[in-house]
Write a protein that binds this ligand. Structure first.
Ligand SMILES: [Zn+2]
Length: 303
């Protein structure tokens, strides 16, 4: 059975290679802000269980990573989610503002140059999933991945277009304007159905709730689903213990919780890897049932 190699931050499934590319780690969020339904007593108990990579034992802040996945098949190279990005102005989000992070260097360490990317697939269009879609050149936002087709769910894109039409300020801290619209204007965007096959066995699936057009990406060969890139279906490992907790960023918290529970139930006690967008390392692998909740097979979240 496949195992996630923490040294190289990658895993090989048959002929398909999946690699993690970090934009930023250790983003600290107060639990009560991120998960409005949580309480500090429970977070304190969970901090013993999940450890200090995931929860600060003193402040009980929750740590999030912001990373992309590279999916490499014999036919193409796909970047899934484009993280936060550099040089972006994000009023109200200091940790995302005017960054000069090493994402492209980390991509190079994984053996991939920006021009090698054939597809960029954004699970949804929040600011922390579209940032590297563009880079600043001579004061203009241009596509970072010159040869790529960018895949956005049409219903997701239309939802945010409607949101923008209703208010005068830039939506999503400005990311729609600097990281999505320039791709539409360059002609590199393709608006897709939320059920879309990118290449043989690699296909999107609706996972609504976090946003109205949120998707996961299935990585399969024949009838076997090797892995599911989970995007923001889960934000933090404590949701294995409390799948009913949705974040303050979820457009429809109830639907988000139902989608999370349904996908975790589908893959629990199988060999399918669950690959979330914001879990710190270690946190990528198969999941198991743990009473009425879940844990990761490598012991993360074990009671
Ligand atoms: Zn996110």
């Amino acid at each position: 059975m496949a195992t996630w190699d923490h040294e190289t931050d990658s895993c090989t499934f048959g002929d398909i290679d999946v690699r993690r590319v970090v934009d930023m780690e250790d983003g600290a969020f107060p639990a009560s802000h991120l998960f409005p339904d949580s309480n500090l007593e429970e977070i304190s108990a969970l901090s013993q269980r999940f450890g200090e990579k995931h929860i600060n034992p003193e402040t009980l802040d929750l740590y999030l990573s912001f990373h992309a996945y590279i999916v490499k098949t014999e036919k193409c190279t796909i970047l899934v989610d484009a993280c936060v990005g550099n040089d972006k102005d994000r009023p109200g989000r200091p940790i995302w503002t005017n960054r000069s992070g090493p994402f492209l260097e980390n991509l190079a360490k994984q053996g991939v140059a920006p021009d090698d990317i054939d597809f960029v697939m954004c699970t949804h269009l929040h600011a922390d999933h579209v940032g590297w879609n563009t880079k600043k050149v001579n004061g203009e936002w241009v596509p970072t991945f010159a040869n790529a087709q960018y895949l956005f769910a049409e219903r997701e894109y239309q939802f945010w277009q409607q949101e923008q039409a209703q208010i005068s300020e830039p939506i999503m801290y400005g990311s729609h304007a600097d990281s999505v619209l320039p791709i539409m204007e360059s002609g590199q965007a393709k608006l897709i159905d939320t059920n879309h096959e990118i290449t043989t066995g690699i296909y999107t699936e609706p996972a609504y709730g976090h946003t109205p057009g949120n998707m996961v990406l299935n990585i399969s060969e024949g009838s076997k689903t090797h892995a599911v890139i989970f995007g923001d279906v889960m934000h933090h490992p404590i949701q294995l213990a409390h799948p009913e907790w949705s974040t303050c960023f979820c457009e429809d918290p109830q639907m988000s919780s139902e989608t999370r529970t349904s996908l975790l139930s589908r893959y629990a006690n199988t060999e399918t890897f669950v690959l979330p967008a914001h879990f710190q390392s270690p946190g990528y692998g198969p999941v198991e049932r743990d009473g009425s909740s879940f844990k990761m097979k490598d012991g993360i979240g074990e009671k």
